[in-house]
Design a protein around this ligand. Structure first.
Ligand SMILES: CC/C=C\C/C=C\C/C=C\C/C=C/C(=O)SCCNC(=O)CCNC(=O)[C@H](O)C(C)(C)COP(=O)(O)OP(=O)(O)OC[C@H]1O[C@@H](n2cnc3c(N)ncnc32)[C@H](O)[C@@H]1OP(=O)(O)O
Length: 289
């Protein structure tokens, strides 16, 4: 017997069921965590990882830890590819859960930012093939994490980009570097100085995303096609090529770890930034944009 977890909504409440499935008939392996649903298709050996933390899949410490740990498990299982998407069509993630930034406790800020960086690095550095199916808005942290994937498809009429400057925050330099890798230095400079959120069409024209799809289902099947297209590529050679093309960024990010964490703690932990964050949260709650 194979044990799986099934999550369903009944009358607005999330219900978790433990399923017992005969191994022979299983086509899906399921090992979801609290905030991230995972299913691995036994036939294609591809994992779909769905962010599932209402209301906006905010990236708090728990989501980041779960995400990192699930990726490690998928690496051990040697899946053929990982598709990252949202369980809620319309929002991939609202980015960092702002509640994590509402503190001047330096130890907490340091812990959060270290975990945030480590999770990004895990995704950026994994030998697994990764495809982001961006099926909703993807501001700030959401955009950053999708840039770590090998390929990005996005559904129409949503926004993606680094809006930190609009909020009075400064995005980390490695986010800027990663976006510049995709859209070029000049466009990244314009985007980050303006805190620009791009529409799906704009993001596609710039190269921030690779393809546009109409809906999540099309996104998932497109992602599977991308993963399949690597089937005849020698695995070891692909993995080493991925590592080589990413090595320079990685070396710089790791070399700058201490400076980056210090900068984050000082920037977010200052009274001035705390006021800005508080005002932003109030605006967000009253929808005054
Ligand atoms: C060296 C480095 C130094 C410094 C680095 C500094 C900062 C870190 C920099 C970069 C990395 C990443 C940063 C971030 O991710 S900051 C977060 C930025 N995110 C946003 O600005 C998104 C804000 N949200 C929205 O635009 C919309 O909510 C969204 C489009 C996602 C969804 O819209 P929708 O209309 O569907 O829902 P809402 O009614 O707006 O929201 C529902 C509910 O959720 C709350 N909410 C939304 N986003 C967040 C969030 N990010 N964190 C916490 N809470 C959030 C919202 O207030 C509503 O709450 P309630 O009113 O109680 O229902």
């Amino acid at each position: 017997m194979f044990k799986g977890i099934c999550r369903e909504t009944h009358n607005g409440n999330m219900v978790t069921k433990i399923l017992k499935i005969p191994k022979f008939f299983t086509c899906i392996r399921n090992f979801s965590s609290e905030n991230v649903l995972v299913e691995v298709n036994n036939k294609t050996n591809t994992a779909i990882l769905r962010l599932s933390r209402p209301p906006v899949n905010g990236l708090n410490l728990e989501v980041l830890n779960e995400f990192e740990s699930l990726l490690s498990q998928l690496e051990q299982q040697k899946v053929n590819g990982v598709i990252i998407t949202s369980n809620k069509e319309g929002i991939l993630t609202g980015g960092i859960d702002i509640a994590e930034l509402q503190t001047i406790d330096q130890r907490r800020l340091k812990k959060y930012w270290t975990t945030f960086r480590d999770t990004f690095l895990k995704l950026y550095n994994t030998p697994l093939l990764t495809v982001a199916v961006i099926n909703g808005h993807s501001p700030a942290g959401g955009c950053l994490f999708s840039t770590a994937c090998d390929y990005r498809v996005m559904t129409r009429n949503y926004n993606i980009g680094g809006n930190e400057t609009q909020l009075g925050l400064v995005a980390p330099i490695w986010f800027m570097d990663r976006v510049a890798d995709l859209i070029g230095h000049r466009q990244a400079e314009l985007a980050f100085t303006q805190g620009k959120l791009f529409s799906t069409d704009e993001a596609h024209k710039l190269g921030l995303i690779d393809e546009i799809v109409e809906n999540t289902a099309e996104g998932l099947s497109k992602a599977q096609i991308i993963i399949n297209s690597f089937a005849n590529v020698p695995k070891k050679a692909r993995e080493i090529s991925k590592r080589f093309t990413r090595q320079q960024f990685l070396d710089k990010m790791i070399r700058d770890t201490d400076d980056d964490i210090r900068h984050f703690v000082n920037h977010i932990g200052s009274n001035e930034t705390q006021k800005i964050i508080e005002q932003y949260m109030q605006k967000l709650k009253s929808k005054r944009f």
